[in-house]
Design a binder for this molecule. Structure first.
Ligand SMILES: *[C@@H]1O[C@H](CO)[C@@H](O)[C@H](O)[C@H]1NC(C)=O
Ligand SMILES: *[C@@H]1O[C@H](CO)[C@@H](O)[C@H](O)[C@H]1NC(C)=O
Ligand SMILES: *[C@@H]1O[C@H](CO)[C@@H](O)[C@H](O)[C@H]1NC(C)=O
Ligand SMILES: *[C@@H]1O[C@H](CO)[C@@H](O)[C@H](O)[C@H]1NC(C)=O
Ligand SMILES: *[C@@H]1O[C@H](CO)[C@@H](O)[C@H](O)[C@H]1NC(C)=O
Length: 544
C-alpha cells in the first residue's frame, strides 16, 4: 500500500514536471516543444509555422556550450549565425519560405568550403587562415534553401588521410571528439563531430564527407542515419579533396526522413564538378522525401554477402545476432532474401594494395589543384610535400606522436593520377567492386540491394562510387569486454556502444535505398532505445 502511494505520487509528480517543461505535452496555444535530442524536421517546422519559436531560438548554442567540453564536436560557430537566422525569420513573417528546411540550423564538416569568416581547414593548422574563393556548391545550396550554417564540425584530421597512429576524431585544430555511449568512446570517423553533434541533438542534422567509410562508420558508432551518396550526386567543388573518384558529401541525421530532406537540399548537378554531369537526373532530382514509404521493402530482392560478414570475426557476434533479427524484419516487410549473394573477389580485395594506391594517386593531384585554387594561402603551401613539412614542424600538429605515415607512403609511391601506370591499376581495382563485388552480386542474383552490418559495408562501395545508407541496428550488450583503439586513448568496443545496418545499391539508387531504409527504421526504431551516459539538458523553452 505504502509503496503504491509513493509510486503514484512519483508518477503524478513526473507528469506535472513534463507538463511544466512541455515535454510531450501540448502547451498553451497548441505549442509543442520537442525534446531536442529527438526533434525531427517535421516537429521543428510545425513549431516555426505556428510561431511557437523562431529560427533565432533554433540557432541555439547553449547545448553545444553545455556538453562540448566533454564531446568536442564543434570547431567553431559561425559569427553571423544569429543575423542569418533573423533574416530568415523576417522572410518567414513576410510569407517567403525558401523550402521545407527554411530556418533550420545545420553544422558542416571542416572539409566543406565556406566563403565567410569561418575557416575551411580539414582540422589542420596548415590551412588555418586560408580562404576559398567562393562557397562550396553544397554550402551555397544550403544557404539558398534557407538553412543556417551554424558552424564547422570536428573530424579526424585530413579526413583520416594523414597518420597511421592517430585517433579517430582528432585534429590539430580541435583536439578529440568522443561518442556519447561510453566514457572516452571512439566516435570513429572521419565525420566524427557531424555524427556526434547530430546524435546529441546539438543540431537537427549535419553534413559529412566520405571517401571510404567517413560518413557510414561514424553514423554506425553514434546511433544516427548516414547517407553516402553516389559519387557525382553531390558536388565536391571547393570541398577539400582526397580522391575525385571516391569523395562524396552526404547527410547525417536522426531519422531517414530528415536525412532524405537534407540530401534533397544540396544534391544536384554542378558544372564546376564534372562528375555530377554523369547524373541521369538533369535539373530535377527524384523526390527523396516521397521515397520514405512504409512499403519501401515490399517486393524487393535483397542479398546477403555472407563471405563479407565473416570478416567481423568472433568479436562481431552481437552485431551478427542483431543482423539476423533485422533480416527477419526485412523479410516480414515483404522483401525476398537471397542468402550467400557473395562478393566473389572480397578476399583478393582485402589483400590488395591497389585501392590504397588509387587514393594516393588521386590525392597527390587533387590536393595540389585545391591548393592552387585558394584565394588566400597564408603558409604558401602548394603540394603534399609542403603540407607534410608544415605538419612535421608545427607543435600543434603533435608530430611525431601522431605521424604522417600515410603521406610518407603516398610520397614514396611517386604516382599521381596522370601517371601512365595509374589507369591500368585503377581498372584492376574496379573489378573488386564491379564483377567481383557489389555489381556482380546484384546482377547474378537479380537484386535490388544488398544488406550488411555497416562495419563491413563501406569499403567496396568506396571503390566504385556507389551509394549506401546506414540505419541504427543495436548496441553491444552488457558484459562486452572493453577494448581500446591501437593508440590506447579511445574505447572502441564496450557495453552500450551502437552499431548500424547498411543498404547498398547500384549508382543513383538513393531513392530506392531511402525507401528500404525508411521501411526498416519505422519497423524497428532502435535509435530511441539506446542510452547515452551523458546528454545536454537545455531544451528549447530554456533558450527562448
Ligand atoms: C573505426 O575506424 C577504424 C579506422 O580508423 C577502423 O579500422 C575500425 O574498424 C572502425 N571500427 C570500429 C569498431 O571502431
Ligand atoms: C573532368 O574535367 C577534367 C579536367 O578539368 C578532365 O580531365 C576529365 O576528363 C573530366 N571528366 C569527365 C568525366 O568529364
Ligand atoms: C558464400 O559465402 C559463405 C561464407 O563464406 C559460404 O559458406 C558460401 O558457400 C558462399 N556461397 C556461395 C554461393 O559462394
Ligand atoms: C604528376 O606526374 C607527372 C609525371 O608523371 C608530373 O609531370 C606532374 O607534375 C605531376 N603532377 C602532380 C600534381 O604531382
Ligand atoms: C607514432 O609513430 C611515430 C613514428 O612514425 C612514433 O615516433 C610515435 O611514437 C608513434 N606514437 C604512438 C603514440 O605510438
Amino acid at each position: 500500500m505504502f509503496r503504491w502511494h509513493v509510486w503514484v505520487l512519483a508518477a503524478l509528480f513526473h507528469l506535472h514536471l513534463s507538463i511544466l517543461r512541455g515535454v510531450g505535452a501540448d502547451k498553451v496555444g497548441g505549442c509543442r516543444f520537442p525534446r531536442l535530442v529527438e526533434a525531427t524536421v517535421d516537429q521543428l517546422q510545425a513549431g516555426l509555422q505556428k510561431g511557437c519559436f523562431d529560427s533565432v531560438d533554433l540557432a541555439y548554442v547553449a547545448r553545444i556550450d553545455q556538453v562540448d567540453s566533454v564531446f568536442g564536436t564543434v570547431l567553431e560557430i559561425n559569427p553571423h549565425a544569429l543575423s542569418i537566422a533573423r533574416q530568415l525569420d523576417r522572410e518567414r513573417h513576410q510569407g517567403r519560405i525558401r523550402g521545407p528546411l527554411h530556418g533550420l540550423p545545420v553544422l558542416i564538416k571542416d572539409m566543406i568550403g565556406t566563403n565567410d569568416e569561418m575557416e575551411t581547414a580539414a582540422g589542420s593548422w596548415a590551412l588555418v587562415g586560408s580562404k576559398v574563393s567562393a562557397d562550396s556548391t553544397v554550402a551555397a545550396k544550403l544557404r539558398e534553401n534557407g538553412l543556417i550554417i551554424l558552424g564547422k564540425t570536428s573530424l579526424s584530421e585530413w579526413a583520416n588521410f594523414r597518420s597511421l597512429n592517430s585517433s579517430n576524431g582528432w585534429s590539430g585544430r580541435g583536439d578529440n571528439t568522443y561518442g556519447a555511449y561510453y566514457p572516452d568512446q571512439d566516435p570513429n570517423g572521419s565525420s566524427s563531430g557531424s555524427a556526434v553533434a547530430t546524435d546529441l541533438g546539438l543540431i537537427p542534422f549535419a553534413l559529412g564527407t566520405e571517401t571510404a567509410g567517413s560518413i557510414l562508420l561514424p553514423g554506425d558508432r553514434n546511433n544516427v542515419v548516414g547517407i553516402k551518396p553516389t559519387v557525382g550526386l553531390t558536388s565536391r567543388h571547393m570541398v577539400i579533396p582526397i580522391s575525385e573518384r571516391q569523395d562524396t558529401v552526404g547527410p547525417l541525421a536522426r531519422t531517414v526522413k530528415d536525412a532524405a530532406m537534407l540530401l534533397q537540399a544540396f544534391a544536384g548537378q554542378d558544372p564546376k564538378d564534372n562528375y555530377t554531369l554523369a547524373s541521369p537526373y538533369g535539373e530535377s532530382l527524384p523526390d527523396y522525401l516521397a521515397a520514405c514509404k512504409l512499403s519501401g521493402l515490399q517486393g524487393k530482392r535483397i542479398g546477403i554477402p555472407r563471405n563479407v560478414i565473416e570478416y567481423l570475426g568472433p568479436a562481431g557476434a552481437p552485431i551478427t545476432s542483431a543482423f539476423e533479427t533485422a533480416v527477419s524484419v526485412i523479410s516480414r516487410a515483404g522483401a525476398t532474401i537471397v542468402d550467400n549473394a557473395n562478393f566473389t573477389a572480397y578476399s583478393s580485395f582485402y589483400d590488395s594494395l591497389n585501392p590504397a594506391i588509387v587514393e594516393a594517386a588521386d590525392f597527390t593531384t587533387n590536393i595540389a589543384t585545391y591548393l592552387s585554387n585558394l584565394e588566400r594561402n597564408p603558409n604558401n603551401i602548394r603540394s603534399l610535400e609542403e603540407i607534410r613539412f608544415f605538419t612535421q614542424h608545427s607543435p600543434l600538429e603533435e608530430y611525431p606522436s601522431r605521424d604522417t605515415g600515410i603521406w610518407d607512403q603516398v610520397i614514396a609511391l611517386g604516382l599521381n593520377n596522370t601517371s601512365p601506370a595509374f589507369w591500368p591499376l585503377y581498372q584492376e581495382t574496379l573489378y573488386f567492386g564491379e564483377e567481383g563485388g557489389l555489381l556482380g552480386a546484384l546482377s547474378r542474383n537479380k537484386l535490388d540491394a544488398v544488406i550488411l552490418p555497416t562495419l563491413v559495408a563501406s569499403d567496396i562501395p568506396a571503390i566504385i562510387g556507389t551509394p549506401v545508407i546506414t540505419v541504427p541496428l543495436g548496441a553491444y550488450p552488457d558484459g562486452t569486454p572493453v577494448e581500446y583503439n591501437s593508440r590506447g586513448d579511445l574505447v572502441q568496443r564496450a557495453p552500450g556502444i551502437p552499431f548500424g545496418i547498411s543498404f547498398l545499391g547500384p549508382k543513383w539508387s538513393e531513392e530506392q535505398l531511402i525507401g528500404m531504409a525508411y521501411a526498416f527504421e519505422q519497423r524497428t526504431l532502435v535509435r530511441n532505445k539506446l542510452r547515452r551516459y551523458l546528454e545536454a539538458r537545455t531544451e528549447l523553452e530554456d533558450v527562448m
